[in-house]
Design a protein around this ligand. Sequence first.
Ligand code: AHM
Length: 336
Amino acid sequence: MIINRKILTLDEFTIQQLRQFPSATGELSSLLRDIGLAAKRINVEVNKAGLVDILGDAGSVNVQGEDVKKLDIYANNQLMGVLKHGISCAGIGSEELDDVVVFDDEVSNNSKYVVLFDPLDGSGNIDVNISIGTIFGVYRRISELGKPCTKEDFLQPGNRQVAAGYVVYGSSTMLVYATRRGVNGFTLDPAIGEFCLSHPDIKCPPSGRIYSVNHGNFFQYDEGVKSYITACQKKDKTNGGPYTQRYIGSMVADVHRNLIKGGIFMYPGTIDKPKGKLRLMYECNPFAFITEVAGGKATNGKERVLDIQPTELHQRSAYFVGSKDMMEELESHYKK
Ligand code: AHM
């Protein structure tokens, strides 16, 4: 009799990982399972977006000065809810909220972690049925256990993340998370409502043939970026011909594709916005962590993203992330 290969669910996988560390408390595994639960709830609403009256602006403007969509608020509340009621999280910071939320109760004050997240990235694409995503970074708090967490717990450089991940709501829904031990991807099986391990030990190919950038801003970019983009277009037959340009405008989907296939994603600063558009704490740091664990690189054009000391929660950063060799070629154009 042939017995089907065992499919590991997210919960089974995190428990197996935990067993390798007899002294581990299970708080991180529990936190990842909480985020998985929120992701499933968000997924249900994202899938209904074309059917129910949930589309459109909620009528408010977030701290970045952008219109807030109803699904953004829903996703934010789901994540906040699971993390507040779980046992692992002392507080959260969200792209949608002006300030951090400290869960000041007995369990939370004794929890080891704080989480920063962008509940629904690429939400401008909801109305047109294009993939969107959730991004999160997990930090061990530096304030004293037993007391409420503090702002300093959140303003840590990305290299202090203990885990980071994202969910892409696409042709299938996937949750990918990284710890320092590796990156693993889980696809949601709608039949059983579980994330199942589908992409074990993801490695970012050292090189690729895809570059992702908003070409409309080309003349606003600095010379290093323009020179690299031109080089991507001028690759000749000896090195496989010009690279392919792919830009969805939904970072989770763009970076996910490049992580799997090999490629580079760029959101450079422009003349008008020298720090670009993307948020260091909610978008850049989690993907920098995931990509580095997978073997790739992430910089702001000058320094490693994970080494930037944040000064404010909502700060922006120019951003380049992807396959190691492609990132190094970009850096050589910057040096020139
Ligand atoms: P959002 O926070 O409004 O969703 O914006 C973030 C998104 C990223 O997912 C994407 O890479 C970028 O904005 C696209 O911006 P642009 O349209 O300027 O190229």
